[in-house]
Ligand binder design. Structure first.
Ligand SMILES: Nc1ncnc2c1ncn2[C@@H]1O[C@H](COP(=O)(O)OP(=O)(O)OP(=O)(O)O)[C@@H](O)[C@H]1O
Length: 298
């Protein structure tokens, strides 16, 4: 099974977003855009099937393609198997059937390109920000001095200026997530699987992290697959939102998000944004909420 289109969009919302010309151009001129073997990091999944031992299938015959440089969110009800899908993509679980390729190559050969970020960051508590962030580069063979220099150059972009000698326990949740992201990026990460990375953050920090992630993505144009329960977050960030229709997950319904970029929090107040939100609320059966967004008080 494959991705199917969501309900027809409102006026101006039909453009199928994806690895656009601008994304490709950005990739061509960006030092981060390709890792050493110069393969792009589009993700393809075909016939993916998984069940936990003794359990019913959670994912059955799923096909999926995410283009190089795309930002795609996955929305689904709790327990549908989003984290399981990510763990399969990251190679932490083995599917019973199906293939996963990255840049046309088997996922296993591309493991170094995958940055999997679970909800809780996995920083090493005994390492400073500088040493945590440099770890990815060091593991991929870059001399320590050079890795540290690269980290120092990028700390300000990641909102981490002045933190290089700090330890994880001295940082806020948002700062820890940014160190973790920087480590993956510098380690050659091309495809980022972000599993509700902001869910543990307070509302204000979450907003600034969303804006920060958009800015970093626009600079570096990595491929990002993002799990969230939050429709606003999915729409603000993504080129496409994929919704799991029913269990087992055999197909994902696609909602292209053709809102202009760069996007900021103001975008969420715009009419096209609200129109898309109405569609998604409708998808999840919140007909009353969707109707009230139309201005009615039914
Ligand atoms: N190790 C495991 N063994 C058996 N069943 C599991 C295991 N891990 C998860 N499950 C089950 O698989 C289903 C999908 O879990 P998963 O964590 O992928 O869902 P999810 O969509 O990410 O949920 P949430 O949005 O609540 O995080 C759930 O019913 C869960 O109980």
């Amino acid at each position: 099974m494959s991705i199917k289109k969501g309900q027809p969009g409102e006026q101006g919302l039909e453009r199928v977003a994806g690895a656009s010309g601008t994304a490709a151009e950005a990739a061509a001129t960006n030092a981060f855009a390709h890792s050493e073997n110069n393969e792009p990091a589009g993700l393809s999944v075909s016939g993916l099937t998984y069940a936990f031992p003794g359990g019913p299938p959670l994912i059955e015959g799923l096909d999926l393609h995410i283009g190089q440089g795309e930002f795609v969110s996955v929305l689904a009800a709790s327990g549908m198997g989003k984290t399981t899908l990510f763990r399969l993509l990251a190679g932490l679980l083995e599917p019973q059937a199906g293939a996963i390729t990255i840049g046309g190559m088997n996922r296993k050969e591309q493991a170094a390109k995958i940055g999997y970020m679970p909800q809780k960051d996995c920083l090493m508590p005994w390492r400073t920000v500088l040493d945590n962030a440099a770890l990815g580069m060091e593991l991929s063979g870059t001399p320590k001095k050079e890795a540290r220099q690269r980290v120092r150059e990028l700390l300000p972009d990641f909102g981490l200026a002045g933190t290089e000698a700090k330890y994880p326990h001295e940082l806020s949740g948002g700062m820890r997530q940014r160190v973790s992201f920087l480590r993956s990026l510098l380690g050659g990460g091309e495809l980022f699987l972000l599993d509700e990375p902001f869910s543990a953050l307070d509302a204000m920090t979450r907003v600034s992290m969303q804006e920060w992630l958009l800015q970093i993505w626009e600079q570096h144009r990595k491929t990002i697959v993002f799990i969230t329960h939050d429709i606003d977050e999915a729409l603000l960030l993504s080129d496409r939102v994929l919704v799991a229709a029913k269990a087992p997950v055999a197909e994902l319904v696609e909602y292209p998000v053709a809102l202009t970029r760069p996007r900021t929090y103001e975008t969420m107040l715009s009419e096209p944004f609200v129109a898309l939100k109405r569609q998604l609320l409708g998808h999840f059966g919140h007909a009353h909420t969707a109707a009230s967004l139309e201005g009615g008080s039914r």
